[in-house]
Design a protein around this ligand. Sequence first.
Ligand SMILES: Nc1nc2c(ncn2[C@@H]2O[C@H](COP(=O)(O)OP(=O)(O)OP(=O)(O)O)[C@@H](O)[C@H]2O)c(=O)[nH]1
Length: 568
Amino acid sequence: MAFFKKLKDRLFKSSSKIEEGLDAIIEDGGVEEEIEAVEPETTGADEAQATLAAQEEARVEAERVVEAEREQEAARLAEEERAAALKAEELAKAEREAEDARQEQARKEAEIAQREAEARAQVEQAENERRAAEEAARLAEEKAQAEAEAKALAEAKAAADAAEVARLEVERAEREKAAQAAELERQAAEAQRKEKARIAEAERLEQEARQAEEKRLAEEARRQEEAQRQKEALEAELARQAQAEEDAQRAQAEREAEEQRLETEKAAQEEAAKPGLLGRLLGRSEKKTVVRRELDDDMLERLEELLISADMGVDTALRVTSNMAEGRFGKRLSTQEIKELLAGEITRIMEPVAKPMPLYPTKPQVVLVVGVNGSGKTTTIGKLASQFQAAGKKVVIAAGDTFRAAAVEQLQVWGDRAGVPVLTAPEGSDPASLAFEAMEQAARDGADLLMIDTAGRLQNRSDLMEELQKIVRVIRKKDPDAPHNTLLVLDATTGQNALSQVKTFQELADVSGLVMTKLDGTAKGGVLVALADKFGLPIHAIGVGEQIDDLAPFDPEEFAAALTGLEL
Ligand SMILES: Nc1nc2c(ncn2[C@@H]2O[C@H](COP(=O)(O)OP(=O)(O)OP(=O)(O)O)[C@@H](O)[C@H]2O)c(=O)[nH]1
């Protein structure tokens, strides 16, 4: 209830647009009423012995027959040998006689042959001598010729040797010359190669220098662009603040004028309600009255306009008013009854999304906080970290907004206040690598929660959007389920634009829940109802100021009451 009081006091600057508008709608046209998971053959020994003796007798008789046959054969062979010897002797004699006759014949033939041979030898000798003489002459001639040829050959060889020597000498000289030329060529090629390498190195160095310069220029341009972006954001913030201030002043003036009008009306009504003289005389007392108005098309139309003007969006406003009218059309309703009906409808829409940020046993539970510039990310991280730390959770913060030094300082202040370590990186450095290091440190420290702040993103800045995706990719290398929560922080004063922010960030970062800040800075708050109705994303907390306890879990009933001006 304490936060509700704060909500009532600060939310919508003490009275919301809806609260004010309802009174006006009922007053206008209302009428005052009075109230109520085997076997050996054993033969006889005698029988066996008789068989053995018969066998022995047969064997002796057989041997005797064989011996008689052998003796007969030996006598036959001796007779045959004797006859053969006699025959051989006769043959030898006949051969000897034939041999003697043959030898005599041979001797005679030999004598004839010898004589013929001697005659032939004489003829042959004469012939041989003639041939020898011829041969000697031919040999002498051949020798002389060979000597001449040998001499000529020797001379030719000498000449050839000399020529060969000369040729070899020429070849050697040519080889030397070629070697020298090759050496010169090699040296020239080497020099050329070195020169090419020198030129390539020079070009490479020049290229590197050029790239470094281009990178420096690009970095410079990026910084300038960032500075410009920050300047524009600052200017936009200032313009927004000025506009908010102007709106607030206008609303205040309108409120004062309305109060004045109501006071005047009230005075007039009081005057009119005073009992007449007769009444006073008859002792009649004052009667309690309430203003009621019939629920008709005109009244519904004005209710729709009122809800749309409070940023509830056309679709949600139409749904809410038609639900309110169901079964009540033509009935007379007071402001209090309309507030109760409206608060009931808003509570019904918001109850399913009112969920605190879930806590898991995973260590560290990674909470990535995203949103557009100035939506209140850094402040929300500070508040949440303080509250979690106070509830006994070990928290680590990573100041991922490396574009804005002030955001880092701001987080360090929150960290010091709550005793929560804040990891930082130099301005302009890669937030993804900081996120990676923070994952390691949080794991080392045994932290329950790691809250990662990110640079404010404009929906149309694709480079920042890519950077956010890179942070997600990098932390998933450490834990594929991280981030476990992706909180989108929305500024209530941006009105209907919050709807397009949710759509964009949902596509980009898989948003798991919402935190709505600065509900103290607007007279409208209907956008939260529109968000709940359209996206159904959990709303974890709402912020109504810049102090630690100005952030509280979202309570749909309190919110609906504060928005409609209903007393709880
Ligand atoms: N009145 C009010 N001011 C708030 C609330 N939440 C944050 N702020 C203020 O809004 C301004 C911006 O808040 P930051 O937390 O710096 O916003 P951011 O999203 O981190 O901003 P960038 O780093 O630029 O993206 C600061 O002056 C905060 O004090 C809130 O609930 N109510």
